[in-house]
Ligand binder design. Structure first.
Ligand code: AMP
Ligand code: MN
Ligand code: MN
Ligand code: MN
Length: 291
């Protein structure tokens, strides 16, 4: 199987973060950055929050870009954390907004426990420290990571995630996010389509991965990120095969978080393998922009 290489691919990016969650750029700065990298169709998919979409909308209208309203929902499935991207959601939908608010509350409770854990190894003031980096209602590990770098415990955010905040290390807290059924139902009720984010990043094992894919499909999940900023070529090809097998629509997303902390720069992802059916297949406005 061959990967396409034409420049067309670079015009669409359906997974990115702003300061509303754990990105470094404000929604409008993110849109400007995407524009400067040749992106015409962008989805802002902040973790568990849709608050950045209004600002991103205004900016993308100014620039003549198309913004897809998105969100990346944190889910716990059989003790594993899985991220589900919702695309084309109605960001005013009450069910979706209430669901996301409940996840954010859980995030804050987790953050207090993370701070207590770090306190236990002599790292004081991490809750306040992390909050300084959180511009909005989302408090996550990335904000703690930035504080740990600032406080001299690691040279960069990447290194933090080797020594802290992950299973078996200080600052890690087992957390239960929402369940798969709820996340998919919020996305569907708000008119959106669900895609499994960066599927190669989960440590599920073969049998559980298959069980997960089946359950996702049974619950109405339709899409999967075949191309992700965090995938190798082999991983993209593997998930292209899985997309074909499960008849999932294929998505592309950089998972951009800002300069210096992203897997990939925007506008530098490979194209979908030709066997894939793009998730934007029936999005007429998007196709008009891409063709
Ligand atoms: P949370 O949802 O608060 O548990 O944080 C998850 C976020 O942490 C991800 O979306 C990434 O932005 C970041 N993250 C997780 N693992 C790493 C890593 N190894 N290197 C850099 N960032 C990471
Ligand atoms: Mn993140
Ligand atoms: Mn994710
Ligand atoms: Mn993401």
């Amino acid at each position: 199987m061959m990967l396409f290489t034409e420049a067309l691919t670079f015009m669409i990016d359906l997974h990115s973060h702003s300061t509303i969650s754990d990105g470094l750029l404000s929604p409008s700065a993110l849109v400007q950055h995407a524009f400067s990298r040749g992106i015409k169709v962008l989805s802002l998919t902040d973790h568990d929050d849709v608050d950045g979409l209004k600002e991103a909308d205004s900016e993308s209208k100014l620039l003549g870009m198309h913004l897809i309203h998105g969100v990346e929902i944190s889910v716990t499935w059989k003790k594993s954390t899985i991220h589900i991207v919702g695309l084309n959601v109605d960001s005013r939908n009450k069910t979706l907004l209430e669901g996301l608010a409940s996840i954010r509350e859980g995030r804050f409770e987790r953050a207090k426990q993370m701070a207590a854990s770090l306190d236990g190894v002599g790292i004081k003031g991490s809750l306040e420290g992390a909050l300084k980096y959180a511009k909005s209602g989302i408090l996550g590990r990335t904000h703690f990571a930035r504080f740990l770098v600032e406080a001299g415990h690691a040279k960069d955010v990447k290194t933090v995630f080797k020594n802290y905040l992950v299973k078996g290390k200080p600052g890690f807290v087992e957390h239960t996010w929402t369940n798969l059924e709820s996340a998919l139902s919020w996305i569907r009720q708000s008119g959106g389509i669900a895609a499994i984010a960066h599927p190669a990043r989960y440590d599920l094992g073969k049998n559980n991965l298959l069980a997960f894919l089946n359950e996702f499909k049974e619950l109405g999940g339709e899409g999967i990120e075949v191309i992700s900023g965090s995938h190798t070529t082999e991983q993209s090809l593997k998930f292209a095969r899985i997309a074909a097998e499960f008849e999932f629509l294929a998505s592309i997303g950089s998972d951009y978080h800002g300069p210096g902390i992203s897997y990939r720069e925007m506008g530098s992802l490979p194209k979908l393998p030709e066997t894939c059916v793009p998730i934007w297949k029936n999005w007429n406005e998007v196709n008009a922009l891409l063709n």
